[in-house]
Write a protein that binds this ligand. Structure first.
Ligand code: BGC
Length: 420
């Protein structure tokens, strides 16, 4: 491979999935309730909050040169307007560890979880949320911006709409989601709702976390939050490059499915273009493809190789999605997530190779791709599905928290070493 000298190769994590003890967040709260749809609690996760130094140092030893991680809003602002300097210092140390190890940090300011107080205040349906989010972003970037070359405001801002669609479909049939949601029939539903109302001090129907079912108007608020955050970040940290991330399927059509495929592309990506054009980069996240026939998206065929998530194993999707996105955007792309849940690490290695060859082909044609962040650095907490899905380059012994690098970690590292 002839990846450019400054190409970023690394891995991604998200605070709630790896840090542990994210006690002020909405997801933490929901995990504790009886009848919760979370199969397990996040607990201490993989204790990355305490082990970040070793983890980052190990990334550098592998040869990786970039790390995408998220800052947890609920830690920084556990009560509205009260910013916790201790937690700011923590993330300062994480950023410093990156710089000390020659690792470029790519920071996400919101990765699905929000402070509990935000939900009580109306959550992701309140017209005040964009301003509240921008205030947090302004605070953190004025404190730490100098250490942050790239920032993603919101992770997968299009995911709430996608999940809403999937949940509707589930009510009628069954299917698979790209991220870990527990779609089994929920027992104790009423009990759960009552507890939720008590926990957030509002009625259960008013609880709107980031991944709650949403309307198009609600999704508008999320992108407004991005726009306001971008302005705030540029004010206080003008040298930081700002972007957002979206989750994109490689949408393909069989004869007769073209119109539905186009509609799906509009829903997942094209409708958001006006919010992206002023960004400095686009954070592209891709895991698989989705094929549309005349009656809609097709189920993954029995004969296809599947990941632990039930998705089709299809690493070729990344190249197609980069080409597609680049036709509509003139800003550079960073692949902020791409990966596979599997116990067969040799399939992860093959996945990485296909993905990177796809990127190489795009670069050869002059498409600007700045980096590739593999999901994920460590096996971690896959949301409602708990710890059962193995996306990591590094295995974690849940009892001892010992890190056991998989061959794929060395493989990705060796590719990164070649370009340095
Ligand atoms: C999310 C991650 C998640 C991954 C795998 C992405 O959509 O950003 O948080 O773990 O998919 O499902």
């Amino acid at each position: 491979m002839r990846l450019p000298k400054e190409f970023l190769i690394g891995a991604s994590t998200a605070a709630h999935q790896v840090e542990g003890n994210n006690i002020h967040s909405d997801y933490w709260m929901m995990e504790q309730l009886e009848g919760t749809s979370f199969k397990e609690r996040s607990g201490i996760a993989v204790d990355h909050y305490n082990r970040f130094k070793q983890d980052i140092q190990f990334m550098a030893e592998l040869g990786l040169n970039a790390y995408r991680f998220s800052i947890e809003w609920a830690r920084i602002e556990p009560e509205e307007g009260r910013f916790d300097e201790k937690e700011v210092a923590h993330y300062h140390n994480v950023l410093q560890a990156c710089h000390d190890n020659g690792i470029t940090p790519i920071v996400t300011l919101h990765h699905f979880t929000s402070p509990q107080w935000l939900i009580t205040a109306g959550g992701w349906r309140s017209s005040e949320t964009p301003a509240r989010f921008a205030k947090y972003c302004e605070f953190i970037m004025s404190e730490l911006g100098e250490l942050i070359p790239y920032v993603c405001t919101i992770n997968e801002a299009n995911m709430p709409l996608a999940l809403t669609k999937i949940m509707k479909k589930y009510q009628a049939s069954s299917g698979v989601a790209q991220i870990g949601i527990n779609t089994e029939v929920q027992r104790n539903r009423e009990k759960y709702k009552a507890q939720m109302a008590e926990a957030f001090r509002i009625s259960a129907d008013e609880v709107h976390v980031f991944l709650s079912p949403m309307t198009s108007a609600d999704i508008g608020l999320i992108f407004q939050a991005h726009t306001e955050a971008r302005q705030a970040i540029r004010r206080v940290s003008p040298s930081t490059k700002v972007g957002i991330t979206l989750s994109l399927y490689d949408i393909q059509a069989l004869p007769g499915g073209e119109a539905l495929a186009e509609e799906a592309m509009h829903e997942e990506f094209l409708q958001f273009l006006p919010y992206l054009t002023e960004d400095d980069f686009f954070g592209l996240q891709n895991y698989t493809r989705m094929i549309y026939g005349p009656d809609g998206p097709l189920a993954v065929p029995e004969s296809a190789e599947k990941t632990q998530m039930g998705n089709e194993y299809y690493p070729q999707a990344l190249e197609a999605v980069i080409r597609y996105a680049s036709k509509h955007l003139s800003i550079p792309i960073i692949v902020t997530e791409n990966g596979v849940a599997t116990d067969q690490d040799e399939r992860r290695i093959a996945f990485i190779d296909t993905a990177l060859h796809g990127i190489q082909a795009c670069l050869d044609e002059g498409i600007q791709v700045l980096g590739y962040m593999h999901w994920s650095l460590l096996d971690n907490f896959e949301w409602q599905l708990g710890y059962s899905k193995r996306f990591g380059l590094i295995e974690v012994n849940w009892e001892t928290q010992e890190r056991i690098p998989k061959p794929s970690a060395y493989h990705l590292g060796s590719i990164a070493k070649q370009i340095q």
